[in-house]
Write a protein that binds this ligand. Structure first.
Ligand SMILES: NC(=O)c1ccc[n+]([C@@H]2O[C@H](COP(=O)([O-])OP(=O)(O)OC[C@H]3O[C@@H](n4cnc5c(N)ncnc54)[C@H](O)[C@@H]3O)[C@@H](O)[C@H]2O)c1
Ligand SMILES: *[C@@H]1O[C@H](CO)[C@@H](O)[C@H](O)[C@H]1NC(C)=O
Ligand SMILES: *[C@@H]1O[C@H](CO)[C@@H](O)[C@H](O)[C@H]1NC(C)=O
Length: 307
């Protein structure tokens, strides 16, 4: 009898979540304040990281950015302070676990307790599996996956102590759907999707609901990271404008949304992937332009300037 009650309670939770999700589709939920929070953003010296840093600083948060790009880092800090915001830029190579330890101690000493961590820095080799080197693959995992682990380990204890925190992992739709020519990248992003899901469950079951996680899975964004890539049906799967992407990510963060896929059709494609027989999957990929997505990839190599 007890199990029946439990089942009913679970169904109730599922339907109320569906109900609220539909309500929030039309009326956005209230946004939290980040005033006075210390927010650390990795890869804040360019692209999405910089755009999030500027937006969060405008809302009164103190921004800490970690990047290996000295000029980009300083430029982000300058853009923020010129507008009256607070920013601290540190050169930190997050592919190195020891450097993450050293940098996180420095931040705790010089700035304070980080209450929101945005794991954003990411790299892509853009090479076919057969051409990827050990160095490419290891580096990709160090930046796109392991750094998420070490940074979370560095700042989670303080979040638990203060009963207040938020971990945002900027992953990719390539963390749900494999893409032709992106084996190292997809593997690292799939790993981070799993990591974020598990971390969220662990925090919940340990009673740490005051710490939220947000998993962000965008399609291509026009930051330059994937310069040269083409999408077959731009009206269906557009290459996202970086300001639009940053605005959507901001909304997800400020409403404690657990997961964000942009554009929305990604949710549908993920579902399609699980119901279309795997043997037919290459045909769907080809139709959607997935065979040629990476064909003209240039990336940051061909475009040294930072966005
Ligand atoms: N651009 C896209 O199409 C796209 C799509 C989906 C997901 N994403 C993800 O969004 C995130 C941000 O991407 P972006 O387009 O803004 O990229 P970007 O190249 O503009 O910015 C990435 C930043 O990370 C920094 N970085 C790289 N390696 C580092 C290291 N070892 N230590 C510290 N910093 C390092 C770079 O210097 C750069 O400033 C990435 O994780 C990326 O995988 C991007
Ligand atoms: C990693 O960082 C540590 C501490 O800053 C440094 O001593 C070490 O040389 C770095 N390792 C690599 C491979 O760069
Ligand atoms: C995390 O989410 C819960 C539930 O929405 C909320 O009560 C709590 O204040 C949030 N914590 C932070 C730091 O936003």
């Amino acid at each position: 009898m007890n199990i029946l009650l439990e089942l009913l309670m679970t169904l109730f939770k599922v339907f109320s979540a569906l109900f609220w999700a539909s309500v929030h589709f039309f009326i956005p939920p209230p946004q939290k304040s980040v005033k006075g929070e210390i927010i650390l953003i990795t890869g804040g010296g360019s692209g999405i990281g910089r755009l999030l840093a500027q937006r969060l600083a405008k809302l009164g948060a103190t921004i800490v950015i970690w990047d290996i790009n000295k000029e980009g880092n300083e430029e982000t800090a300058r853009l923020i302070t010129e507008n009256g915001g607070k920013a601290h830029a540190y050169i930190c190579d997050i592919s190195n676990n020891s450097e993450i330890s050293v940098c996180s101690e420095t931040v705790k000493r010089e700035v304070g307790c980080v209450s929101m961590l945005i794991n954003n820095a990411g790299i892509v080799s853009g090479k076919k599996f057969i051409d990827t080197t050990e160095k490419d693959i290891v580096k990709t995992f160090e930046v796109n996956t392991f750094a998420h682990v070490w940074a979370a380990k560095a700042f989670l204890p303080d979040m638990i102590k203060n009963q207040h925190g938020h971990i945002v992992n900027i992953v990719s739709s390539a963390g749900y759907i494999g893409v032709n020519g992106l084996s190292d990248y997809c593997a690292s992003k799939f790993a981070s999707v799993g990591l974020t899901e598990c971390l969220d469950l662990e925090l919940h079951f340990a009673g740490h609901d005051y710490i939220n996680t947000t998993l962000v899975c965008p399609y291509y964004i026009d930051t330059g990271m994937f310069a040269g890539c083409q999408t077959r049906f731009p009206w269906l799967l557009p290459i996202l404008d970086s300001d639009y992407a940053a605005d959507r990510i901001m909304l997800a963060i400020l409403t404690n949304q657990k997961q964000l896929c942009i554009p929305r059709i990604i949710y549908f494609l993920v579902m399609l992937k699980t119901i279309v027989p795997a043997s037919a999957s290459p045909y769907v990929h080809r139709f959607m332009g997935g065979d040629k997505l990476m064909a003209n990839f240039v990336g940051r190599q061909g475009n040294k300037k930072t966005n």
